[in-house]
Design a protein around this ligand. Structure first.
Ligand SMILES: [Zn+2]
Length: 345
């Protein structure tokens, strides 16, 4: 089968389009899935560059998110059968620790992620635990389904489980183009909230308005914390989605109303900003960190997509062999929505 693999860390030139043996069933609880599409996440770039905590085994097929057709399932598998269209929950745990036995495998100290500890979805075929296979919502293409798992599970955990975002509340989303930001915008819009979006790109802000943002702020021209406070009668917003970090982190805290909630799942602009801790306790702020979410949260996100008729925002679809160009687009910060790879399949 054709795959995109890395044999060493480095730039996009390390992404090799090459042949690899097709994975076979290795346990009675596995499934083999013929992939039709995979989507990119920032973690793919961090793994390629060698910037994650885990030691990589080479060669490694990248990719955490995918969708396709189950072609073979182990003898004990009950939840899917060959021929089913599925999208993939990307994490598996050790199965025995306190997190795993309470179905929070994404917190397992021995977590194994597709594309990191296991060969991933930048491939024509992948092997996964069958319990990580979920039926694709009826309204979605394979490309759209591949865009869902990591971004929408994380957003569901951040906004619904952790921040408990409610109808009528004000939410500020930092950034307008990434997979998390666009998914957060869709979920927040569906919940009936007042949405403020920040970006340095006026074109992206215009697109955010079309997806339901009430106010948009170009942060290169004004202080988004001050503007957000003005827009809310000096009160501040109820929730901030900050997956950017860096210098703007301080402004994210300043934009929050008393008792406000900040959710974070990334730090693309810098992971060690200056923080005045007093602002957190003076204002009774809550900060929630998230990485992915559990299978239940993934299922809830899938149900949301199905019942609301939401379609994930796809930025661009590249053939699998052009994964380097796709990752370059993400590294350049050009995208609006999810970048997807498709197989010929
Ligand atoms: Zn575990």
């Amino acid at each position: 089968m054709k795959v995109i693999r890395i044999h060493e860390h480095g730039g996009v030139d390390k992404l090799r389009y090459e042949d690899a043996p097709e994975p076979k069933l290795s346990s009675p609880t596995d499934a083999v899935v013929k992939l039709r599409a995979a989507s990119l996440n920032r973690i793919d770039i961090l793994i390629r560059r060698g910037l994650t905590e885990k030691e990589a085994n080479f060669p490694r097929i990248l990719g955490a998110d995918g969708a396709g057709i189950a072609v073979e399932v182990g003898k004990q598998v009950k939840n899917i059968k060959p021929g089913d269209a599925v999208c993939l929950y990307p994490a598996s745990g050790c199965g025995g620790c306190g997190f795993c036995i309470t179905d929070r495998e994404f917190m397992c100290p021995q977590i194994r992620m597709l594309g990191e500890s296991e060969d991933g979805t930048y491939a024509e075929v992948v092997r996964v635990p069958a319990r990580n296979c979920f039926p694709i919502p009826a309204n979605l293409s394979f490309e759209e389904a591949a865009a869902l798992p990591s971004a929408y599970t994380t957003v569901w955990r951040m906004l619904v489980t952790n921040a408990e975002l409610k109808h009528g509340e004000h939410v500020l989303i930092r950034g307008a183009g990434g997979g998390i930001a666009t998914a957060a915008l869709q979920v927040a819009a569906h919940l009936g909230t007042h949405i403020i979006v920040t970006s340095c790109d006026d074109g992206k802000l215009e697109r955010a308005k079309k997806l339901g943002a009430e106010h948009v702020i170009n942060y290169t021209r004004s202080d988004f914390a001050k503007e957000a406070r003005q827009m809310t009668g000096k009160r501040g917003v109820d929730v901030v989605v900050d997956c950017v970090g860096g210098e703007g982190w301080v402004k994210s805290l300043a934009a929050l109303a008393k008792g406000g909630r900040l959710v974070t799942c990334g730090a693309t602009d810098g992971a060690a900003p200056q923080t005045d801790i007093r602002r957190i306790f003076w204002n009774d702020l809550n900060i929630f960190g998230s990485t992915l979410g559990d299978r239940n949260e993934f299922q809830q996100a899938l149900n949301f997509v199905q019942t609301s008729g939401t379609q994930p925002i796809i930025d661009e679809i590249f053939p699998l062999r052009d994964a380097a160009a796709a990752q370059q687009r993400m590294e350049n910060g050009r995208q609006f929505g999810k970048i997807v790879l498709c197989t010929d399949g």
